[in-house]
Ligand binder design. Structure first.
Ligand code: SF4
Length: 175
């Protein structure tokens, strides 16, 4: 694979739309099919997140093509067992390049994984059968193998930019 042209520190992307703890709220069935993303209530918006944790993996952007490459290296604030941010309230201060996905920042969706619930709904796709809103079980994203749980390393273990190149993987962006 051709290396990313952008110097890696500037090419990294991360997003943290996660809140914790997770529970399945009592919401209208299939509400995501009936409303635009920017018309969702806060609880509807938050519940859409499947908890996969893939958005908290370090990504590299090819400056020539704009293509996003996922790595199996996680943000230092990501709990690699629960797949949740360990300091959600202070993440912007502790990780300044963390981008918050919100109904007013849907442009960030272009570097979310194909399986991301926000991306799916934005593109007119339905939620998959393993999504917690479909199964009623917050663990279903992990049981189905669609999360980062125990599959990734941490950026604190990375020594230099070449290490990131060696950690590019396809699985986080599989649908
Ligand atoms: S990739 Fe999308 S669905 Fe998965 S944790 Fe991130 S925001 Fe939630």
């Amino acid at each position: 694979m051709r290396p990313c042209g952008r110097s890696l520190p500037h090419g990294r992307k991360r997003v943290a739309p996660l809140t914790a703890p997770r529970a399945i709220p009592n919401l209208a069935p299939g509400y995501w099919r009936l409303k635009a993303l920017d018309a969702l209530s806060r609880s509807e918006w938050e519940a859409l997140c499947d908890g996969c944790g893939k958005c908290c993996l370090i990504k590299l952007e090819d400056e020539d093509t704009g293509q996003i490459h996922f790595t199996d290296v996680a943000c230092r604030l990501l709990d690699r067992v629960t797949a949740r941010c360990t300091d959600y309230g202070h993440r912007s201060r502790r990780v300044p390049d963390c981008v918050k996905l919100s109904p007013t920042n849907l442009a960030a969706l272009n570097f979310m994984p194909q399986s991301c619930a926000y991306r799916r709904v934005h593109e007119g796709r339905d939620l998959p059968d393993w999504h917690p809103l479909v199964t009623g079980d917050p663990e279903s994203v992990h049981v189905s193998g669609m999360s980062i749980r125990q599959r990734v390393g941490c950026e604190t273990e990375i020594l230099d930019d070449q290490d990131y190149m060696a950690r590019i993987v396809d699985w986080p962006n599989q649908d």
